[in-house]
Design a protein around this ligand. Structure first.
Ligand SMILES: Cc1cc2nc3c(=O)[nH]c(=O)nc-3n(C[C@H](O)[C@H](O)[C@H](O)COP(=O)(O)OP(=O)(O)OC[C@H]3O[C@@H](n4cnc5c(N)ncnc54)[C@H](O)[C@@H]3O)c2cc1C
Ligand code: FES
Length: 354
């Protein structure tokens, strides 16, 4: 058995044990401690912390998430870090409510109930929980879905909420040759209704904070629709009175989906607007449902044009990494405080660059 060490977290005054063979973030989850995290693959920097004392080594990570100068100074990514002595670690970001009160990680055996194309490259995957029969998560969180026949998994955000605790929907972008997403193409070697999938989760800090009152600005692109739909469904179900604006980035009108449902959800909110930001063409958008606001341009430019007071909003941002990176830079330039921005960047483990 691997040696174990003690980790003491400052400034939250929490101590836990970690084996040399497990990553510090995983050891924390195992012990019911929910540290701040995003991708859990060394790509997003959400788990970046500072080592005050002790010996730590990291597995493969992206230098975009933690650069060499930061590593030399003592910064680590806890999702990639192994401890080789007792350590004292300063958490740079933490959510006091989540830290010891997050939803426990569950292993759920599920069965596929539907695989349905939404657009030319986005598929809705619906699962029903078999064992246990329900799956607990917060709106906006994500799961790891095991890739059948391998030890690998991919992360996907739930589009549903706890109103259907046994039925979960994911919205998945298909990449040509994608290890998981190509299995949804309908070929003989792919996945089909009735097949079992293993789901592990929930993970992620992209979740609506109860009791907060600031207006909500959602910015999404592509499959980034999934966690935002979960947030909107939750806000609707809880009869939230917060103003909500949803900016969705797509190339053309043909790439829009769930428009009717989003507008219906919006009617149950006090002040709601759905802005479709089309980067290639506005053609055909007029024939879509009345109530949709079409804008030409990429999503960040449209938000810049329309939102004068972003620093007084809470921003929920998710989708492809280039879109998320551009929006984060823009939000910083707009002076939006970091603790008002929640994001998930839809990275793939095959794109880790260092
Ligand atoms: C927290 C989190 C939540 C996520 N939620 C979702 C979600 O709700 N829906 C969803 O569709 N995806 C989501 N993802 C991304 C998802 O986990 C996979 O990485 C993605 O679906 C690709 O997996 P794959 O096995 O199909 O392709 P892979 O085998 O991983 O990659 C195959 C090829 O596809 C291309 N590719 C893969 N990802 C990207 C990318 N981001 N940008 C550009 N090219 C890429 C690359 O060329 C790569 O070589 C999320 C990721 C994270 C970290
Ligand atoms: S870099 Fe650790 S959670 Fe993303």
């Amino acid at each position: 058995m691997a040696d174990t060490h003690k980790i003491y977290f400052e400034p939250v005054d929490i101590e836990m044990e970690v084996g040399e063979d497990e990553k510090i973030l995983d050891a924390a989850f195992r012990q019911g401690i929910h540290l701040m995290h995003g991708c859990r693959e060394g790509q997003c920097s959400a788990c970046k912390s500072y080592v005050l004392e002790g010996e730590i080594q990291m597995e493969r990570y992206s230098t975009f998430a933690c650069n060499d100068a930061e590593v030399d100074e003592g910064y680590v990514l806890l999702c990639r870090a192994h401890a080789f002595s007792d350590c004292t670690i300063e958490l740079l970001n933490f959510d006091e409510d989540e830290l010891l009160g997050g939803v426990p990680i569950q292993d759920v055996r599920t069965r596929i109930t539907a695989i349905e194309p939404m657009t030319r490259d986005i598929v809705s995957l619906r699962l029903t929980a078999v064992e246990p029969e329900t799956y607990e998560f917060k709106p906006g969180q994500y799961s790891d879905i095991g890739i059948p026949g391998t030890e690998e998994h991919r992360s996907f955000s739930m589009a549903t909420t706890q109103s259907t605790p046994g039925e979960v929907e994911f919205l998945i972008k298909k990449y040509p040759g994608g290890t998981f997403s190509a299995l949804l193409d309908g070929g003989a070697s792919g996945l089909a209704v009735g097949d079992e999938l293993h789901v592990n989760g929930p993970y992620g800090s992209f979740t609506i904070k109860e009791g907060h009152v600031l207006p909500v600005v959602c910015i999404g692109g592509g499959a980034g629709m999934a966690p935002i739909l979960s947030l909107l469904r939750h806000l609707h179900e809880t009869e939230s009175t917060r103003p909500v604006r949803f900016y969705y980035g797509a190339r053309t009108a043909a790439d829009l989906f769930y428009v009717d449902e989003i507008l219906t959800l919006g009617k149950g909110l006090r002040d709601f607007e759905f802005v479709a930001c089309l980067s290639e063409s506005l053609e055909g958008v007029d024939s879509l449902t009345a109530g949709l606001v079409p804008e030409a341009g990429n999503v960040t430019d449209v938000v810049a044009r329309r939102e004068a007071e972003l620093a007084r909003c809470e921003v929920y941002l998710c989708g492809p990494p280039p879109m998320v990176d551009a929006a984060l830079l823009f939000l910083e330039a707009q002076g939006v405080p970091g603790d008002q921005v929640f994001h998930d960047s839809f990275t793939s483990p095959v794109t880790v660059t260092a």
